[in-house]
Design a binder for this molecule. Structure first.
Ligand code: A3P
Length: 285
């Protein structure tokens, strides 16, 4: 039975978060050397965790092959990550799905760097819908149509995609933040890794890009138990219902949306994002 926590006006899975763990995240003291990956769920979080692991290790794949991603890049807000967060090594790679208003004050007081990954929200909705079947800590999504309505209303767990993206985009002049899109990672993984490396001031050793391309491919990650969540027990993720590493493609929404759902989504998107300067123009037609 899934349990819900409400924090900062949004619903969150109670199996992963408590008021205490959420309060801990909100009061987190960042170090200047910290690198925080911030995302709305299903936007490429795990992919970015893997890429940064490889950049930090100068292309050595051993950490990514031997340490689970939630220990390499722990979530600030999750109860399961507290042990990993106690680790004193620097630079720390951290992860969050929390909205910007919760973390921005602490981040603004620090020199920590933030990498915000965004994905076409239509593909996010599809990926999130499928993930609801697998994740026992999320409510039963019922039909795709019902789920899409909740996604557009922002009543799904983790709240409104629109608010999440606008909130973090609103920090562009206040934080040391780099915006990356899932589609960019698909189109040019090498170029994006180079952009990440110069933003982080992290040198690219010879061979790092080749190792990164090999290790961070969809197939390599799908087969890596340290990245594909197959280690998570069945009472938290029911692996018989699908894979975390599901398809890993751009534009899967086209095989899920009816013309009516697409028109509704486009209207809502225009209302919410019409005036927003975005890191990408997603094909919405
Ligand atoms: P799909 O469900 O569309 O396949 P997150 O890590 O934020 O939860 O995002 C999960 C989504 O990113 C899933 O999308 C997953 O397959 C995709 N993904 C993870 N690693 C990837 C990779 N190396 N290449 C392409 N997509 C990847």
């Amino acid at each position: 039975m899934e349990v819900t926590e409400t924090f900062a006006g949004i619903a969150l899975p109670g199996h992963l978060h408590t008021q205490e763990s959420l309060g801990f995240a909100a009061a987190f003291t960042f170090r200047p050397s910290d690198v925080l990956i911030a995302t709305y769920p299903k936007s490429g979080t795990t992919w970015m965790q893997e890429i940064l692991t490889l950049l930090f290790s100068l292309g050595d794949a051993r950490p990514a092959k031997t340490i689970p991603n939630w220990e390499r890049a722990p979530w600030l807000e999750q109860i399961y990550c507290r042990e990993a967060l106690r680790d004193t090594g620097s630079p720390r790679l951290l992860t969050t799905h929390l909205p910007a208003p919760v973390l921005a004050p602490a981040l603004q007081r620090s020199k920590a760097k933030v990498i915000y990954v965004a994905r076409n929200p239509k593909d996010v909705a599809v990926s999130f819908y499928h993930f609801h079947h697998l994740a026992k800590f999320l409510p039963d999504p019922s039909s795709f149509d019902a789920f899409l309505t909740q996604f557009l209303e922002g009543t799904v767990h983790y709240g409104s995609w629109f608010e999440h993206v606008k909130g973090w985009l609103g920090q562009r002049h206040l934080l040391d933040i780099l915006y990356v899109t899932y589609e960019e990672l698909h189109q040019d993984l090498r170029g994006t890794a180079q952009r990440l490396s110069s933003f982080l001031g992290c040198p690219l050793a010879p061979g790092t890009l080749a190792a990164l391309e090999q290790h961070c491919s969809f197939s390599a990650m799908r087969d890596n138990a340290m990245a594909n969540y197959s280690l998570i027990p069945a009472e938290i993720m029911d692996h018989s219902q699908g894979r975390f590493m599901r398809k890993g493609v751009v534009g899967d929404w086209r095989s899920h949306f009816s013309p009516e759902q697409n028109a509704l989504f486009n209207r809502r998107y225009q209302e919410e994002m019409g005036d927003t300067e975005l890191p990408a123009q997603w094909p919405m037609a």
